[in-house]
Design a protein. Structure first.
Length: 71
């Protein structure tokens, strides 16, 4: 019986490659989440945080609080 040459990659190699890719993706994701959390905490703890550290929602809330209601 003839076997196809393209079938030379074993399923174990494919599984190992996918697992390595998943590990790399999870490391990258954790690094991004850690960076975002660090920036969020820094913005909360530092009253003189640079404006770029604020999110759009935080800036909107601060703007709404500083504007007195018009009567």
């Amino acid at each position: 019986m003839l076997t196809n040459i393209d079938d030379s990659v074993s399923p174990l190699d494919t599984k190992a490659r996918r697992k390595a890719q998943d590990v790399r993706r999870m490391r990258y994701r954790r690094a991004i989440e850690s960076y975002a959390e660090q920036r969020r905490l820094q913005a909360l703890l530092d009253p003189f945080a640079e404006p770029s550290a604020l999110t759009a929602q935080q800036a909107w809330v601060q703007n709404r609080q500083s504007v007195s209601p018009a009567h």
